[in-house]
Design a protein around this ligand. Sequence first.
Ligand code: UDX
Length: 447
Amino acid sequence: MALKITVIGTGYLGATHAAAMAELGFEVLALDVVREKIEMLERGETPMYEPGLEELLRRHVVGFEGSSGRLRFTQDWAEVGAFGDVHFVCVNTPQKHGEYACDMSYVESALASLAPHLARPALVVGKSTVPVGSADRLARMIAELAPAGEDAELAWNPEFLREGFAVQDTLHPDRIVVGVRSERAEALLRQVYETPVGEGTPFVVTDFPTAELVKTSANSFLATKISFINAMAEVCEAADGDVAKLAEAIGYDDRIGKKFLRAGIGFGGGCLPKDIRAFMARAGELGADQALTFLREIDSINMRQRGRMVELARQALGGGSFLGRRIAVLGATFKPDSDDVRDSPALNVAGQIHLQGGQVTVYDPKGMENARRLFPTLGYAPSALEAVRGADAVLHLTEWREFRELDPAALGEVATTRLILDGRNALDPELWRKAGWTYRGMGRPTA
Ligand code: UDX
C-alpha cells in the first residue's frame, strides 16, 4: 500500500517538500500552527516568491481544477498522527537573539505535539537544520511520549534546497542523506525517495550525528568558498589584479571547480550566515571549538565586504560624506529569483549609506514589499530606470537577470553621473564603458 506522508511546518522547506511529495505520488497531509499560512496554501498561493512552487501546489492541492487532490492541510495534530506513516518535520531553526546558537524551540514543540499522537507504527523524519546531537535527544523524546513505543522511530534527512531552485532541488536532489537507526527506517526512506533514486540520485546512509553534520559542513564549505574568493578580491584590489579572471582560471582545475567563486558583497540569507554561527557554537559545546575557529574568519571576511562596498561607493563619489548624494541601489534580496531579504548584503549596504546621509533609492524585481517592511525609511522606485533617475551613482547589489539586460545607454540618459558600481561582478564592464559609464567591480581593475 502506498505510504501516507505528513509534513509539519509549511514554510519554505515544508511547503516545497509537501508539494514535491504529492508530485511523487503520495497522499500528503501538511500541518502548520499558523492558520494564515495554511489558508494561503489552500488557495494555491505561497507566502514567498519561489519559481514553480505555486504551479506545483495547484497541481496537487485539493479543490483546483485538474488537481490530483493528493495534498491537504490541517491544524489538527491528532489527524496528523492518525494519517501518517512517515512524518517530515520541516520547521525552522533561526539564530537565537543575541547568540550564535540556533533556536530549537520550534522543533521541540513540533515533536512534543506530534509524539503523543503516534499510536501506530510511524517514522518521524527530521529535515530542519539542527546542531549535531539533536536527533539523539529527539529520539529519546519520541520513545518517552509515543503510545506506539518502539514502533515510532526517528530518522534524520537533511535538506539542501537552494532558494530560487527549491522545486528542482527537492524533486531532483544532488544527493539524499539519511541518518537511521534501523533497517526499517532505511527501507521506508528508500520507498519515499524511490523516484529520485531511480533517476540516479545517490542515497547515502549514515548514523544520526553524521547526517546532522553533513548539512552544516556543506554550508560551511560553501561559505568558505565565497569568503575565499572575496579575500582574493581584496588582494587583487591591492595588487591591481582581476579576481574575475583569477576565479575563471582556478575554476578550470576540477578539484577546485568554478561554482561559488563569484566575488562580490558576499553571502546572506536565512541559511549560510546562521548555520556557520550555530556550527561554531555547537563545536564549542562539544569541546571542538578550535576545529572551527576558521569559520569566524569566514564570517568576518563576509561581513567586511558590505563595508568595502560602502567605501568603494564613497571613494568613487570623490571621498567624504554621502550627505546629499543620490544613490540608486539595484537589488534588495540576498540573491536573485527570491523575495527573501533576510540578512541581505544588498539591503545592508543600502541601509549603511542611508544612515550616513545618502539619499538611497532601491529597486528590486521581487523583494520590494519585504524590503520596505524591513527598511521603511529607504526610498523605493517602481523600476530600475526610475531608481537611476537623477542618481550620482548606481550600485548593482543583487544579480538579477533583469539588471544584466538593462540598456546602459537608456539609463545613462536619466542618471546625473554615469557611475556604476557592480557589487556582484555580474555586469559586462565593456558594455557599460562603451555607453560612457565609469564601471567599478570588486577586486577588478579600474579600467
Ligand atoms: C544555501 C545552500 O546553497 C543550500 O544548499 C542550503 O540548503 C541553504 O543555504 P541559499 O541560502 O538558497 O542556499 O543560497 P545560495 O544559493 O547558497 O547563496 C547564498 C549567498 O551566497 C547569496 O547571498 C549569494 O548571492 C551568495 N553567493 C553565492 C556569492 O556571493 N558568490 C557565489 O559565488 C555564490
